[in-house]
Design a protein. Structure first.
Length: 309
């Protein structure tokens, strides 16, 4: 914990917002380049279902889609059918981890199961309960844990308390990778986003993640820029690479490509792998597959042409 790194942080909000507006105007790639970027995006998706009505059957369906994210004939047309393209992970609630692990094992694939934990999405549970939930999710077979921080610790400037909470969560994760959700839409300022990002990395997070997807404001480009620059600064200071995961409200193929481009510009090509970049999404894969269908066939997919997750 190095509080000196964050004691004098000031983010130039107008400059960040201007930069974010320019990002939205970036021209997207076309043709084969677009198809290549979209397939890269697929491999970085955490295919997610976090609904109160999740059942073993819809988790099983999600896992099948995770293994076969794009129709086989479309991949053959792109000469990518033998490249083993799958999503990055399947993300579910702790109670559905066993269902996902069993479904993926039956499908004969090694896609990791990620579980949200630590009082998701509000974070308003005692630390002891958060730690117990993490340990149970790992025991059930989750290889990645998406924890959520207590926003009150950020809003009240309790940086030592935030560090200690995340550190204990990291310890409870054991060998599982830990993604720390900052819930940036509820942190009050971009200064706090930067500070919370730094504290999360100092406490041992393998990834920092924008949102739960349940807030009013989720992944935005200004927040993404601030978090990526914190990751870059942390890398320069320590030599440790921490991953980045935007999540919540990312629904279109164009948005996915823009996030990939932003990561390339801010962090470099080495971050464009599932080990260092993930897209948290539930409906994004459907739009990506539609765009690939159009690229291959020249016509728009009808509702019955593509399987839904």
């Amino acid at each position: 914990l190095e509080l000196g790194w964050i004691s004098k942080v000031h983010v130039n909000r107008p400059a960040v917002v201007r930069h974010a507006e320019q990002i939205k105007k970036w021209r997207t790639v076309k043709g084969n380049w677009q198809a290549a970027w979209l397939l890269k995006a697929v491999t970085c998706i955490d295919l997610t279902t976090l609904s109160g009505d999740d059942t073993p059957s819809n988790v099983h369906r999600l896992c099948f889609k995770a293994k076969h994210p794009i129709r086989e004939d479309l991949l053959k047309a792109l000469d990518m059918h033998d490249k083993g393209i799958t999503v990055g992970a399947v993300c579910v609630y702790p109670a559905r981890v066993t269902d996902a692990v069993n479904a993926l094992k039956a499908a004969g694939c090694n896609i990791p199961v990620a579980s949200v934990a630590a009082g998701f999405p509000s974070g308003q549970t005692p630390l002891e309960t958060k730690l117990a939930e993490i340990k149970l999710a790992v025991e059930y077979g989750a290889r990645e844990i998406d924890i959520v921080i207590s926003r009150s610790l950020v809003l009240s400037g309790q940086w030592e308390g935030l560090y200690e909470e995340i550190r204990q969560c990291r310890e409870a994760c054991g060998e599982a990778h830990m993604k720390t959700i900052l819930a940036t839409g509820e942190l009050g300022s971009l200064d706090n986003v930067y500070r919370a990002s730094m504290i999360a990395m100092m406490a041992g997070s393998d990834f920092i993640k924008t949102s739960t997807g349940k807030e009013v404001e989720n992944a935005t480009f200004p927040v993404g820029v601030v978090m990526m620059r914190a990751i870059r600064e942390y890398y320069w200071q320590t030599g440790n690479k921490v991953g980045f995961k935007p999540a919540g409200g990312i629904r279109t193929a164009k948005e996915a490509i823009t996030w990939l481009m932003l990561v390339k510009v801010e962090l470099g090509v080495e971050w464009l792998t599932p080990e260092l970049f993930r897209l948290g999404a539930s409906s994004l894969l459907g739009d990506i597959e539609k765009q690939i269908f159009y690229h291959v066939t020249g016509s728009y997919a009808l509702q019955h042409d593509l399987a839904t997750a």
